[in-house]
Design a protein around this ligand. Structure first.
Ligand code: ASP
Length: 347
């Protein structure tokens, strides 16, 4: 055998052993009974805010986490945990989803949501809905009861009526702080003379957005005792978004994705998250590199996306949890069957 062939043979053996070890390391892991992570949007309130304000956010995250923990620890499904956690955050005006959703350029609310089960690759999504109280519930219904994956605008609302998902007036979504945020964004846009889009939520234009108004999309990922891996995300999108804009959240594979390896929910600047096909990138990196969840999450947030653009939560099939961001913070919480529990806001 020539030297070249010997070298190739050796390289092949090294590669095979390397892959086996990496797979082996993953296979050796004991699956946790269940695990759960949630986010309430990338970005953060100032640490200088009064304790009462900070505590209110911690209490909300804690309450959302408890809802998911109760379901999963009693043997409930990851689908129910993800939907009910997100319903709570949709109904809570502090978050930019359901009640408390941001305003569009035209002074309306247009909501997006997606739901996905990794094991079966079933998915459902809705975009641009104006009258659906809990878009995540509709996204789950689309997944479970229709032959399609995504419904848009009036069609999605018609489907809500068909499957009995509650609808409300636009006034339901109103909050004063979100209204003021739109007024400020419109003012700024006028000053910029339309040269620059004000669809820039985080560090790049922090001054544009008053503290406490540049975040709030919600998401949840979970794995249950049967190994079902589920992701869900719900949002009002971005303040001053233009007519008919669709963000990353309802695009399966971008802001929301689940595979047989991992469930991912993103938050942040939707256009950037979409262009990186973020959720799918994490799953594909884990599978083909092969890489751990931590390596894949770091790859997306540090190598693919730029500082100030996004936050991510994910859970893999073993119940390993990832929560990180390249913004100044992300409202988040996680819990698992081994008693690990965390609620955090800042980086
Ligand atoms: N990603 C959302 C969107 O672009 C916004 C957010 O996460 O804050 O619609």
């Amino acid at each position: 055998m020539g030297l070249g062939k010997k070298f190739i043979g050796l390289l092949a053996i090294v590669l095979v052993v390397g892959c086996t070890q990496s797979d082996g390391q993953q296979e050796q892991q004991q699956k946790k009974d269940w695990a759960l992570a949630l986010h309430g949007g990338a970005g953060a309130i100032s640490e200088d805010r009064p304790d009462s304000v900070k505590q209110a956010y911690f209490d909300d995250l804690d309450e959302a986490l408890t809802i998911g923990e109760d379901i999963l620890s009693n043997g409930g499904s990851a689908e129910d945990a993800v939907e009910k956690v997100i319903n709570y955050m949709e109904d809570n005006p502090r978050f930019n989803a359901g009640k408390g959703a941001v305003f569009t350029h035209d002074g309306e609310h247009e909501l997006d949501a997606a739901f996905m089960i990794g094991n079966t690759r079933e998915a459902g999504a809705v975009t641009g809905v104006k009258t659906v109280k809990n878009p995540i519930t509709l996204a789950r219904k689309v997944m479970e009861t229709s032959e399609h994956v995504m419904f848009a605008t009036e069609g999605a609302e018609r489907y809500a009526d068909k499957v009995g998902v509650e609808r409300v007036d636009q006034d339901y979504f109103y909050t004063e702080s979100r209204y003021k945020a739109l007024q400020r964004a419109l003012e700024q846009e006028k000053e910029d003379d339309g040269k620059q889009s004000s669809l820039v939520p985080y560090e790049d234009k922090t001054a544009l957005y008053a503290d406490g108004e540049k975040f709030g999309t919600v998401g949840c990922v979970a794995v249950d005792k049967n190994g079902q891996i589920v992701a869900g995300t719900s949002t009002g999108g971005m303040t001053n978004k233009k007519f008919g804009r669709v963000g990353d959240v309802p695009i399966i594979g971008s802001g929301t994705y689940a595979s047989d390896l991992v469930a991912v929910s993103m938050t942040g600047w939707g256009e950037k998250i979409m262009r990186a096909v973020s959720g799918h990138t994490v799953s594909a990196y884990m599978k083909y590199k092969p890489a751990t969840l931590e390596e894949a999450g770091d790859y997306l947030l540090q190598d693919v996306l730029n500082p100030g653009e996004a936050g991510m939560i994910a859970v893999d099939k073993y119940g390993n949890i990832y929560m990180d961001m390249n913004t100044n913070g992300m409202f988040r919480g996680s819990s698992d069957s081994e008693g690990n529990r965390e609620v955090a806001i800042w980086d």
